[in-house]
Structure formats: structure tokens, C-alpha cells
Design a protein around this ligand. Structure first.
Ligand code: FES
Length: 141
């Protein structure tokens, strides 16, 4: 297991496009459900729970993301604000924490997270000098 700062991000401002603007946000509902489980969650010491306002996946509400040291970051969308998703969110965070490379194979993810992946962002290199010239020249295109 890789120790260090891992973060579970949940957008609290997500809502479906046709939602009543005056109604409570689905994202806030999902965050509240996860937060209630998180209080007694064994992974709490290693994974911070971070409420955020928008992760630019607004048309795919609700969004959930994971980030960790030397691991790729993930952004998931289309999550329902219910108890099943809340439980699955913490299961996914536990898988991410347990994986040294941050791999989250689709078939091994909790069911609500087998669909709706919006981004898998490569981990930052240890230092700028570790990028190859080929990589750098591609980035300038
Ligand atoms: S409002 Fe949730 S991603 Fe933009």
C-alpha cells in the first residue's frame, strides 16, 4: 500500500441539467452520504475527503475524483446520489489506496464505477528532467 496524501474529491455543486435550481444539489447529497460513512471508515487516516465546487464534468453529474502521490488521477461522472454509490465510492478509494501504481481495472471496480470514467490523468513525473526529449517535443505541439 502506498502511504501519503490520497484525496477523494466529490463535487458538491453537481446537479442534472434539468434539475430544479432551487432544489438541493445532487452532488451535495452524494457528498453527505459519503461523509456519513467516512466517519467510521478504516481508510480515513490515509485518504482525505475533499468537497469541491465543480470539476468541469458538469454535464455528467455527479462527479467523483481520486488523486494520490505518484499515481494517476481519475475523474468519474454519471454517479447517482444514493447509498449504493456512497458505499462504492469508499470501496473505490480503498482500492486506489491499496494499489501501488494507482491502477483501477474496470472489472475490479465497484459496479457503479465500471462506467462513467471521464479521465485518467497520468501521475506527475518525479522531476522535470525525467521527461524524455521526445515527450517534451510532443508537449510543444
Ligand atoms: S458542477 Fe460538478 S463538475 Fe461542475
Amino acid at each position: 500500500m502506498t502511504r501519503g496524501r490520497h484525496v477523494l474529491h466529490i463535487c458538491t455543486t453537481c446537479r442534472p441539467p434539468d434539475a430544479d435550481p432551487a432544489a438541493p444539489r445532487d452532488g451535495a447529497k452524494l457528498f453527505g452520504l459519503v461523509e456519513a460513512l467516512y466517519r467510521d471508515w478504516p481508510g480515513r487516516a490515509d485518504v482525505a475527503l475533499n468537497p469541491v465546487e465543480c470539476m468541469s464534468g458538469c454535464d455528467r453529474a455527479c462527479t467523483v475524483a481520486l488523486s494520490g502521490p505518484d499515481k494517476p488521477g481519475y475523474l468519474f461522472g454519471d454517479k447517482q446520489p444514493n447509498a449504493e454509490t456512497a458505499l462504492a465510492t469508499l470501496e473505490l478509494a480503498a482500492q486506489y489506496l491499496a494499489s501501488d501504481l494507482g491502477d483501477l481495472p474496470r472489472k475490479e471496480r465497484p459496479e457503479p464505477f465500471r462506467r462513467g470514467i471521464l479521465a485518467r490523468i497520468p501521475a506527475a513525473p518525479p522531476s522535470p528532467g525525467s521527461l524524455s526529449l521526445t515527450t517534451l517535443s510532443r508537449e510543444k505541439r
